[in-house]
Write a new protein. Structure first.
Length: 230
């Protein structure tokens, strides 16, 4: 009920700021993320094997429109993979392979020199985690989330700064995803804006909290990317 009331409040605020959003807009970005990955099982007494650094692509796409009270839509996706350096017969001691997606409904509260979005959504985690050479632990979770984004443009420079955070929780799962970036627009026209960006992202995942199968994952590191707005 609190989440629903929050969505209604955001809708009311968004209605005040729809005068400038008179056309449909599409946003898309692709990032190359180089991250360190940590995997731990707090209830296990034996030493934990560290995961090696890895990298991957992450994507996002958003649809924005001028219809009052109807939220905008954003989708984010990343594939998270990492292995431990320790292995036996070519099999890593620890290994993970997860698909991580966000499905977000949000309102554009500000869109000037300062921009701000807020909304609700769903995080989807799917894949498997192998620990201490044992059979893989299947991961399949859909977790409700809160989402916020804020940024500022430096007029006449093409530069902007942006921060984005989402927090999700349900039963024994908790996820926090935060990133901050600097962007430079090398194309800024009436038809398309396009730019390059450099940022840092931290992703914290906790599964089956307070149980013998509790698992903690953490991914953090810099990324570079390209973004376009039509």
């Amino acid at each position: 009920m609190k989440a629903l009331n929050l969505l209604y409040a955001l809708a009311g605020l968004a209605a005040v700021h729809t005068a400038h959003a008179d056309v449909i807009g599409l946003k898309g970005s692709v990032d190359f993320w180089s991250y360190s990955a940590d995997l731990s099982h707090p209830h296990e007494a034996q030493p934990q094997s560290q995961l090696g650094d890895d990298h991957g692509l992450s994507f996002s796409a958003a649809l924005e429109h001028p219809v009052p009270l109807l939220p905008n839509i954003k989708i984010k996706h990343a594939r998270l993979q990492a292995d431990s350096d320790e292995s036996a017969s070519g099999t890593p001691r620890n290994q993970l392979d997860l698909n991580y997606s966000d499905f977000i409904l949000y309102y554009e509260l500000l869109d000037n020199i300062i921009n701000a979005d807020a909304g609700l959504g769903l995080k989807r985690l799917e894949g498997d985690i192998r620990h201490n050479y044992a059979a893989a632990q299947d991961v399949s979770a859909s977790i409700p989330m809160l989402y916020a984004q804020a940024g500022v443009k430096l007029p006449f420079t093409g530069l902007s700064a942006n921060a984005e955070v989402s927090v999700a929780g349900l039963d024994d799962e908790r996820v926090t995803d935060a990133q901050a970036e600097l962007k430079y627009n090398f194309i800024d026209s009436a038809l398309v804006d396009a730019g390059a960006k450099l940022g840092y992202r931290i992703l914290d995942i906790q599964l089956e909290q307070d149980s013998s199968r509790e698992t903690k994952l953490k991914f953090k590191g810099p990324y570079i990317g390209l973004e376009a707005h039509f």
